[in-house]
Ligand binder design. Structure first.
Ligand code: ADP
Ligand code: ASP
Ligand code: MG
Length: 405
């Protein structure tokens, strides 16, 4: 017996024809004797965004509990539609809502984390050759409140199921043929990657490749759960994500990613004395604002310095407000911000052993007359902040320079 969890993303369930097509994929898998299947569904493409917008029309501070009730409704719709489509195909199928299973979560509304699921009911159902359909993204708190687990969270639901139900396979069906060297929807030269390590995938996801949600990859890595990302629209083999034995050291760079979710803040003339950086960042940390890159110039007069840092773009207004309200403990001359910046990254485990990657990236950007505003590095990635206008130019150039075209 092979237990499989199959996840369909929003585009793969984007209309009724696609839901029927997804049902046929599931049926085909089930016809392979011995397969037992749990399906995880996303909401139809665009649905969650539409619901967010509707809530914002009522209030920018829409009640978080009600927001979870609202947003998780998209997955309820696709669960029922897919169950109906499977029945129509002659396949025994049933949807189970998050609270019915239950999928227990811990943490805040809108960003909870799956901690456990009850398996008996569903195991029994699939052992009897039924297909269990589970809504991604949904959870329930220990107080019985409906929760959601963060945007793109259906990937995390699928991985949690792989772990908790101890499945043999976890297949992520999406609208491209797998993980590519860069976003294939926007860059036709992107090449499919046949296999990639968790570490590289985690970096790529965190740095903008939304094909896999980063916390899902992190969980898969933690428990060593192999993933297979593939297309719902073609039968081509997709990308296998697994341990470090999948690393191709013959390549320096595995992928180029970009993110336009960034913003940059500069504080000019900040007092240069111990504790100032902590005074600036502590109130931000307490309000859950993540700081990404930080650059502090060397003080020329020994008294003041300039500090630049980057954050998520939708945290910009909140961040500026907090800093300004903190003027008593942090003294500076002026504050400026730029939200038209993007982050371009190159990712690859091969970087560890290949010298010269840094200068090669900088030289390539210079050749395109792209100015670098901030830099950050780790063992297997190198990121720069640039003006957003240059995003496509930078991605194309780096993709080419690092032999990914
Ligand atoms: P789903 O709805 O199936 O979860 P997503 O829209 O979340 O799908 O993720 C798939 C999309 O990720 C693709 O359509 C593609 O545009 C985008 N993407 C960005 N970077 C990459 C990459 N490196 N490889 C593959 N897809 C990528
Ligand atoms: N529907 C949710 C979202 O759009 C979860 C998902 O699709 O993975 O974020
Ligand atoms: Mg997704």
């Amino acid at each position: 017996m092979t237990k499989i969890v199959i996840k369909f993303g929003g585009t793969s369930l984007g209309n009724i024809d696609r839901i029927i097509a997804a049902a046929k994929i599931v049926k085909k898998k089930l016809n392979n004797k011995g397969n037992r299947i749990i399906v995880v569904v996303s909401a139809m493409a665009g649905k969650t965004n539409e619901l967010v917008k509707q809530s914002e029309k009522i209030s920018k501070n829409f009640n978080k509990r009600e927001l979870d009730v609202l947003l998780t409704s998209g997955e309820q719709v696709t669960s029922a539609l897919l169950a109906g489509a499977l029945e129509e195909e002659g396949v025994k199928a049933r949807s189970y809502m998050g609270w019915q299973i239950p999928i227990l979560t811990y943490g805040d509304h809108n960003n909870a984390r799956i901690v456990n699921m009850h398996v008996e009911k569903i195991n029994k159902y699939i052992l009897n050759k039924g297909v269990a359909i589970i809504p991604g993204f949904q959870g329930v708190s220990k107080n019985g409140e409906i929760t959601s687990i963060g945007r793109g969270g259906s990937d995390a639901t699928a991985v949690a199921i792989a772990k908790i139900f101890n499945t043999d396979e976890c297949e992520i069906y999406t609208d491209v043929e797998g993980v590519h060297s860069t976003d294939p929807k926007h860059f036709p030269k992107a090449k499919k990657i046949n296999k990639i390590s968790y570490e590289e995938m985690l970096e790529m996801s965190s740095l903008g490749a939304k094909v896999m949600q980063s916390s899902a990859v992190q969980t898969a890595m933690m428990y060593d759960l192999p993933l297979h990302v593939r297309s719902a629209f073609s039968s081509a083999e997709g990308t296998k994500i697994f341990g470090s034995e999948s690393i191709d050291y013959s390549k320096t760079i595995t992928g180029v990613t970009y993110s336009k979710d960034e913003a940059k803040i500069t504080l000019l003339g900040v007092q240069d004395k111990p504790g100032v950086a902590a005074d600036i960042f502590e109130p931000l940390g307490k309000k859950s604002i993540n700081i990404d890159m930080v650059i502090q110039n060397i003080s020329s007069d020994g008294k003041t310095t300039d500090l630049t840092f980057t954050i998520k773009r939708n945290d910009l207004n909140k961040t500026i407000k907090i800093i300004k309200s903190n003027k008593k403990s942090v003294k500076y001359k002026s504050i400026s911000s730029d939200k038209k910046v993007s982050k371009i990254s190159i990712v690859g485990a091969g970087m560890i052993t290949a010298p010269g990657v840094t200068y090669k990236m900088f030289r390539a950007l210079a050749q395109e007359k792209i100015n670098i505003l901030a830099i950050s590095t780790s063992e297997i990635k190198l990121s720069v902040i640039i003006n957003e206008i240059n995003t496509a130019k930078a991605v194309k150039k780096l993709h080419n320079v690092f032999n990914l075209d």
